[in-house]
Design a protein around this ligand. Structure first.
Ligand code: IDP
Ligand code: MG
Length: 149
């Protein structure tokens, strides 16, 4: 089953939106397989966002993601990568679809509340970066057959 890596960023944590965001993913039918509340180190932030190094917003992005704790998670489901990106909404909150997290709770791209992997490959890479294999829980959920065809 496809997995994707998700972060509730520091603004989402500070604003008390961890539960709201988890609730939306649960309600959608996605399955939680790992979760960790943590302070992000400078090193982890730089590795995670290496692809953005050199961009004008990079320094601010690193400051943002290390400014307060985050909730790091891995979610599983059919098309989990696309489903979670859709639930979060477009990168810029003013372009995010109504009903998405970034639309419903955000205004600025630099305070857009969440991260979600943008491909299956990056989902695997980011999961391996943020979690050790033992931290991923394989479990059967009673409603699985009513959510997964
Ligand atoms: P994504 O989070 O939707 O995948 P990316 O383009 O990968 O978006 O950018 C990573 C993060 O960098 C964004 O979520 C946002 O927090 C920040 N970011 C992207 N573009 C800008 C910008 O123009 N100004 C400030 N921050 C930005
Ligand atoms: Mg991205």
């Amino acid at each position: 089953m496809e997995k994707t890596f998700v972060l509730v960023k520091p603004d989402g944590v500070q604003r008390g939106l961890i539960g709201e965001i988890i609730s939306r993913l649960e309600r959608r039918g996605l399955k939680l397989v790992a979760a960790k509340f943590m302070q992000v180190s400078q090193e982890l932030a730089e590795t995670h966002y290496a692809i953005h190094k050199g961009k004008p917003f990079y320094e601010g992005l690193i400051r943002y993601i290390t400014s307060a704790p985050v909730m790091a998670m891995v979610w599983e489901g059919p098309n989990a990568v696309a489903a979670v990106r859709q639930t979060m909404g477009a990168t810029r909150p003013t372009e995010a679809a109504p009903g998405s997290v970034r639309h419903d709770f955000g205004l600025e791209v630099g305070r857009n509340l969440t991260h979600a992997s943008d491909s299956v490959e990056n989902g695997q890479k980011e999961t391996a970066l943020w979690f050790s294999p033992e931290e991923l829980v394989t479990w059967g959920r009673a409603v699985d057959e009513w959510v997964f065809e």
